[in-house]
Design a protein around this ligand. Structure first.
Ligand code: ADP
Ligand code: MG
Length: 618
């Protein structure tokens, strides 16, 4: 019998490999630019014609190749980057498979012109994988690879190419991605002799982003940096208040390599929980670093995906990093036209200094009025029932739930990085209340406008969530228990969630016949109307709302609706001490700048902006 198995000729093998690596012009650009970066180029010029279908040229000032290497580079599995399995595990170069050049050469007409520093230049011409000629050429150190007529010999492939405009867009994205991963190199992209990108070497990520998308976009971002379990997460993420509008851009890198990963994006979005309305999509630029050996970059032919050894740790680190960045004042909404460029932090950072507890008397001002607070006029008492919200204040209602100075100390003790962004209380100056609704505060760099209701919402939400965690919520027994008659749906909600209500400080006794008796409730402030709060909470929980749908679980749902209904209202005049206390407690929360609906609690206005508007500059 004749032999049926034979080894494929190289050209055919390369064309098959090209099927994986070279999908479209953008993949050629990616491979060539990565080679330039691996060759330590500082300047990379890319030009394409007709979406790269007619011609792609990548020129660099990298280390170049001698004649023998230039020829060898076209062989399959020819690489200068690794030589053993151990090398693969710690590989830092973008390439290592030795497949790109032979693959591309097998499906196009390729010319390589290359020279080592001080060496003679070499020109190699290849068509459909066959070397047509090798000759000397004059050029400076570096390499230029020109790829013409991509897929000229694989018409089936050529048919799948999209319009020149679509291919050009894909190429632009490839170059943008690599430019975001390699700040110290300069990039230029031309398409049909029009310049699409012109990026000088950038001192930092903000500068590069501004060069690509403009200052306005760069000004929407907040710096993040956090290290946890040996995983570093750095980069820039969009401020919650701007995440609602404009295009979303998401770029992920690990050890300098771009990759895609939906779960990591989802983890980052979890970090935004409660700070953006559901459905808002923030831009993310995340740079991960993990201990060597804990990521496998060789699981995908074009290396678009990677595999982490401990995925859960990576996801947790990402969520945590985003979360802590959103605790900063920088992440708050701003009136500035040109917000100060975001700070790029380098992890790890010193632990936060817990805000100084306000003196006892200040706390008492807000929480334990000497005389019962005047009841809001609209607090309709249930007919024949107990007077509504009169609670007996006994002692310090703020209690343990009010402050958690221990927060932030934990991670530091465990030896991992402390929160990158201490929710450090901005130095508090005099506070002014305007329209009985907003509080103005001076800071070292300008002015804060705080919405008293939103701020209090954030405070109450976090205090209740902390209370759930450590089993301590404050509750006051009512002098006269409340009797509430509910709709069947409402009654069902209360009986379902009774144990959580209980932990939240609402002592509720189902009385049957859709009636409940309330013996105790939280008492967050003197103007609190327990009956109204509870009725509104139950109604919202029963009917459902955007807020209740955004909540992660029933505890959060209760804490959110409570915060929303119990917080002091707009239109409530506050004393100076009350404002001070509100301010201090707000900045003791994890996310002081954002309320729980995904709206701002704080809006900044910088001195710089004021100076600009008043024309005080030179
Ligand atoms: P890989 O990048 O996986 O090693 P390639 O087929 O892309 O495989 O390239 C093969 C080899 O050719 C590389 O290992 C490198 O030594 C050399 N090479 C390719 N492009 C360049 C360049 N622009 N400058 C210098 N050397 C290059
Ligand atoms: Mg390569």
């Amino acid at each position: 019998m004749p032999r049926r198995i034979h080894i494929l000729p190289d050209t055919l093998a390369n064309q098959i490999a090209a099927g994986e690596v070279v999908e479209r012009p953008a993949s050629v650009v990616k491979e060539l630019v990565e080679n330039s970066l691996d060759a330590a180029a500082t300047r990379i010029d890319i030009s394409v014609q007709n979406g790269g279908k007619t011609e792609i040229r990548v020129a660099d000032d990298g280390c170049g190749l001698g004649r023998e290497d230039a020829l060898l580079a076209l062989d399959r599995h020819a690489t200068s980057k690794i030589s053993s399995v151990e090398d693969l595990r710690a590989v830092r170069t973008l390439g290592f498979r030795g497949e790109a050049l032979p693959s591309i050469a097998s499906v196009s007409r390729m010319t390589i012109e290359t020279a080592e520093p001080g060496g003679v230049g070499t020109r190699v011409r290849v068509a459909g994988g066959r070397i047509l000629g090798v000759e000397d050429c004059a050029r400076q150190a570096g390499t230029t690879v020109t790829v013409q007529n991509l897929f000229f010999n694989v018409p089936a492939r050529a048919k799948f190419l999209r319009s020149a405009a679509a291919e050009t867009r894909a190429i632009t994205d490839v170059v943008t991605t690599l430019a975001l991963a390699n700040l110290s190199a300069g990039f230029r992209l031309e398409s049909n002799d029009r310049t699409l990108l012109d990026l000088p070497p950038a001192p930092d990520l903000v500068a590069r982003l501004a060069a690509i998308w403009g200052d306005e976009f760069a000004g929407r971002l907040v710096g993040i940096a956090r290290e946890r379990d040996g995983i570093t997460v750095a980069g820039l993420v969009e401020r919650p208040d701007t995440s609602v509008t404009g295009p979303r851009r998401v770029y992920l890198f690990v050890a300098g390599r771009p990759f895609r990963d939906r779960e990591i994006v989802a983890a980052a979005e979890r970090g935004y929980r409660t700070t953006i309305p559901s459905g808002a999509r923030p831009s993310l630029f995340l740079y991960l670093d993990v201990p060597p050996g804990s990521v496998d970059v060789n699981v995908h032919p074009t290396k678009a995906e990677v595999r982490f050894r401990d995925r859960e740790l990576v996801l947790a680190a990402v969520e945590d990093a985003v979360r802590s960045a959103l605790g900063t004042l920088e992440s708050s909404a701003t009136l500035d036209h040109f917000p100060v460029a975001p700070q790029l932090r380098s992890a790890p950072v010193t632990p936060p200094t817990p805000p100084e507890p306000a003196p006892e008397s200040t706390q008492l001002a807000f929480f334990v009025p000497a005389t019962p607070a005047p009841r809001p006029a609209d607090a309709g008492a249930a007919p024949g029932g107990s007077a509504d919200a009169d609670v007996v204040y006994q002692g310090d209602l703020l209690g343990e739930a009010g402050r958690h100075p221990e927060r932030g100390a934990g991670p530091a003790e465990q030896g991992s990085a402390a929160p990158a962004v201490a929710p450090a209380t901005p130095r508090r100056s005099a506070l002014w209340q305007i329209h009985d609704t907003y509080i103005l505060a001076e800071t070292s760099s300008g002015l804060l406008i705080i919405d008293q209701h939103s701020a209090h919402e954030r405070i109450l939400f976090e205090e209740m969530m902390n209370g759930f965690e450590n089993g301590r919520t404050s509750s006051q027994r009512l002098l006269f228990p409340l009797t509430l008659r509910l709709s069947p749906a409402e009654y069902a909600v209360v009986t379902d969630l009774r144990s959580i209500f209980d932990r939240a400080g609402f002592e509720i006794e189902p009385f049957g016949g859709r009636t409940i008796i309330v013996h105790a409730t939280p008492a967050p402030h003197p103007y609190f109307n327990a009956e109204r709060c509870l009725r509104e909470m139950i109604a919202e929980l029963a009917a459902g709302s955007e807020l209740t749908r955004a909540a992660k679980n029933q505890h959060e749902r209760i804490a959110m609706t409570f915060a929303c209904k119990a917080a002091i209202k707009a239109g409530q005049r506050l004393s100076t001490r009350e404002m001070e206390e509100l301010y201090d407690r707000l900045f003791a929360t994890e996310l002081p700048s954002h309320d729980v609906h995904g709206r701002p609690a704080v809006i900044r206005l910088s001195l710089q902006e004021l100076e600009r508007r008043f024309g005080r500059h030179g």
